[in-house]
Design a protein around this ligand. Structure first.
Ligand code: FDA
Ligand code: COM
Length: 521
């Protein structure tokens, strides 16, 4: 039998859910949640401090290799920020933004209700998420204990004592190595009034939102989280003003793709003020937000609002490791590691958001697994590079490789294939279209998406791919691996599309692959 399976004391997913809910409501009432094999005489190969994506995947990998690990988390579940306050709520809100944009675009037509002038509730969606999130939490604990055979101590903050020793839940634990997987947290808004009720970041939004926001929302920031949450708030029918210090959506590498995404946001009514700096948030007599004062290139502005959302990046939680172990950090507070994920403290490893950008799940999980391999004596080397990326507006935006501008700087014979093609009607044509954009293609064609493939005409290799629509990011994960391996237009043309496919790259490639000298399409 697989180790750990069907233990007499196994909790079902439903039982875990109930226990996690009790612990979240009152951590002390439940106390440390302990799954440690005291009868195992082996020392721990590693203690993972933090049981998010990095700590959980590192633990699973180390255990799969036959080692012994312990993972400790102050929350009563494994999985960390992702299911609790980050990726999962972000996807709930982005799903709502897409659904609502469709409903508003067809308001009063077909079967869609008339949503004109109507606000939909933000708080109901937040409450729905808060109720639902313990389902995934429970799966994480069940899978970790019953299937992956991970040893853990949850609902127990950990304190590092030295390079081998940790205190948690009133016990002392020792290991050959420590792996620091403490994650990151929202950077604070450094402006007077940031402590007022009604000022939120992604974490407080889902923990403390206590009333329905009014009709005007101020979003501070222009990165992924600011855009994702801003689009959701906008889709609920609210006026959204984004105060952005630099440029929103700056991370999208292809200029035309970025412009398409940005124009659709503006068309949905989002107001974006670039070069804006928040001077002060002013409260009312009940200490709730009343207005935001900002400096802009056109002079000072004041916006009346009871709801401010800020997303100014993430700060690695490195303080405890610096104080206890003296590990070196960079200017942004990220723990510095070498290619084997080892910190400046010998034998102490680190992974995930704690080691800095890219702060994404693929890197958290992979770096955790690489750290486990290093702990187990493998010679490993991991530096994230050439990863595919995505964000949400009301759409899903995916990209990999080079944007057209960078491609033209690096290659002399760049060939572009895109939809809509350059044509006299611009975007106002009914392609591309696929799942989730068919109604737009028929009735609001400029909203049915944008996509672009960039090739080197000499080597016939794909240099970059860019997509605004729905359902493409899954394909981009695999496409990226093929592009890294030198994917050509001819190989793309040999693939079998499941038409109507979200990415039209296979069929576009086949239309041109017969050409000895490639031309644009
Ligand atoms: P994570 O923060 O998950 O884990 C750290 C753990 O340490 C936590 O569980 C915490 O409780 C624990 N801890 C802290 N101090 C402790 C102590 N003293 N003792 C014990 N435990 C302690 N990425 C992506 O790929 N796709 C996406 O869609 C998104 N979406 C997204 C939305 C938003 C709003 C944000 C902010 C971020 C994302 N991300 C994302 C990024 C993703 O969430 C992030 O990269 C991972 O969650 C990082 O995993 P870690 O394990 O490094 O940290
Ligand atoms: C996913 C959390 S929400 S983990 O990466 O599987 O631990």
């Amino acid at each position: 039998a697989e180790p750990g399976r069907n233990r007499a004391d196994a909790l079902s997913v439903a039982q875990w859910k109930e226990k996690i809910e009790r612990a979240l409501a009152c951590p002390q009432a439940v106390g440390p949640i302990r799954n440690i094999k005291d009868e195992d005489p082996r020392p721990f190969d590693a203690i993972f401090i933090g049981g998010g994506a990095a700590g959980r995947f590192g633990s699973a990998y180390l255990r799969a290799m036959g080692g012994r690990q312990l993972v400790i988390d102050c929350w009563p579940f494994l999985g960390g920020a992702c299911p609790h306050s980050a990726c999962v709520p972000h996807h709930v809100f982005s799903d709502c933004a897409a659904e609502l944009m469709l409903a508003r675009s067809f308001s009063g037509e077909l079967w869609f209700p008339d949503l004109r002038e109507k606000l939909t509730s933000i708080k109901e969606v937040v409450d729905l998420f808060r109720k639902g999130r313990t389902g995934p939490h429970a799966v994480m604990n069940y899978q970790s204990r019953e299937q992956l055979d991970i040893e853990f101590l949850l609902n127990a903050p950990a304190r590092i004592l030295d390079r081998h020793t940790v205190e948690a839940g009133g016990e002392i634990f020792r290991a050959r190595h420590l792996v620091l997987t403490l994650g990151a947290e929202a950077a604070p808004l450094e402006a007077p009034g940031s402590e007022l009720v009604g000022v939120h970041n992604y974490a407080t939004l889902v923990e403390t939102l206590d009333r329905e926001p009014g009709a005007t929302v101020v979003v501070i920031g222009g990165g992924k989280t600011a855009v994702e949450y801003g689009c959701f708030f906008n889709a609920t029918g609210r006026r959204v003003i984004m105060l952005v210090r630099n440029r929103p959506l700056d991370m999208i590498p292809d200029r035309e793709t970025r412009a398409y995404a940005l124009e659709r946001m503006l068309q949905q009514g989002i107001e974006i003020i670039e070069g804006a700096d928040v001077v002060e948030i002013v409260g009312d007599s009940a200490r709730r937000v009343a207005r935001v004062v900002a400096a802009t290139p056109d002079g000072p502005i004041e916006i009346e609002t009871d709801f401010v959302f800020h997303a100014l990046g993430e700060r690695p939680r490195s303080r405890m490791a610096v104080e206890a172990l003296g590990v070196e950090i960079d200017a942004k507070g990220a723990v510095i590691v070498d290619e084997a994920l080892q910190t400046s403290a010998p034998g102490v490893f680190a992974a995930g958001d704690l080691i800095g950008s890219p702060m994404e799940m693929f890197k958290a999980r992979k770096s955790g697994a690489y750290a486990a391999r290093a702990v187990m004596g493998e010679k490993v080397s991991y530096r994230p590079r050439d990863w595919p990326d995505f964000l949400h507006t009301h759409y899903e935006v995916s990209w990999l490789g080079l944007g057209e501008e960078d491609a033209r700087e690096k290659f002399k014979n760049v060939v572009v294939m895109k939809l809509p093609p350059d044509n006299p009607d611009g975007l106002n044509i009914g392609l591309p279209a696929s799942d989730r954009t068919m109604l737009y293609a028929m009735a609001r064609p400029h909203m049915s998406g944008f996509q672009k493939l960039i090739l080197d005409g000499d080597s016939r290799r794909v240099l970059g791919a860019h997509h605004v629509g729905y359902g493409a990011k899954d394909g981009f994960q695999y496409l990226n691996a093929l592009v890294r391996g030198g994917l050509t237009i001819d190989q793309l043309a040999e693939m079998d599309e499941l038409f109507l496919n979200p990415t039209y790259f296979i069929q576009l490639a086949r239309l041109r692959a017969g050409q000895p000298n490639l031309t644009n399409l």
